[in-house]
Design a protein around this ligand. Structure first.
Ligand SMILES: Cc1cc2nc3c(=O)[nH]c(=O)nc-3n(C[C@H](O)[C@H](O)[C@H](O)COP(=O)(O)O)c2cc1C
Length: 144
């Protein structure tokens, strides 16, 4: 069972959570610019999902949506068929409705439109004092 976390992280929060998982390949998505306002970013590092059975996709919320870099990446994959897929996002605003839930659903929709099935989804609020508990629970429940 090959497993990886495919992530984008502009300021390091999402990466720091990804690094807490053990025994996963960490694969970064990179673009020619990290400017979150670019609508159609040009990707310069595009992780290949082919050889992985279990994939966690992780991104920050930017403007109530997933980062444009993650969106562009997810849309570029032709099929997610046969993969076990979990998601997490990190965000800053205090309520899930301020971007967390809609971002997870946005990722789910893209992946499902390409024959993928999502299993677990977690929204991590960076300001929440229970943040580490949420992260700990997620790491316990996410498994191949
Ligand atoms: C341009 C920009 C827009 C953001 N928009 C939102 C938002 O709509 N909702 C939210 O909860 N957090 C928002 N944030 C906060 C980030 O989602 C949060 O700090 C996240 O943990 C950053 O992850 P990273 O360090 O992996 O890039 C925004 C941050 C940036 C830089």
């Amino acid at each position: 069972m090959k497993k990886c976390i495919i992530y984008y992280s502009k300021t390091g929060n999402t990466l720091s959570v990804a690094q807490k998982f053990k025994d996963f390949d960490l694969l970064e998505i990179k673009a020619s610019s990290d400017d979150p306002n670019i609508q159609n970013p040009i990707l310069t590092k595009i992780p290949d999902i082919t050889s992985y059975d279990y994939i966690i996709f992780a991104t920050p919320v930017h403007g109530f949506q997933i980062s444009k870099i993650m969106k562009t990446y997810l849309e570029s994959i032709s099929s997610y068929k046969g993969k076990t897929i979990d998601l997490f996002i990190t965000h800053f605003f205090p309520f899930a409705w301020m971007g967390g839930n809609s971002s997870l659903n946005q990722m789910k929709k893209i992946i499902e439109s390409k024959d993928g099935n999502i299993r677990y989804m977690t929204s991590i609020n960076w300001k929440n004092r229970k943040r580490n508990q949420v992260i700990g629970k997620m790491i316990e429940s996410y498994h191949a």
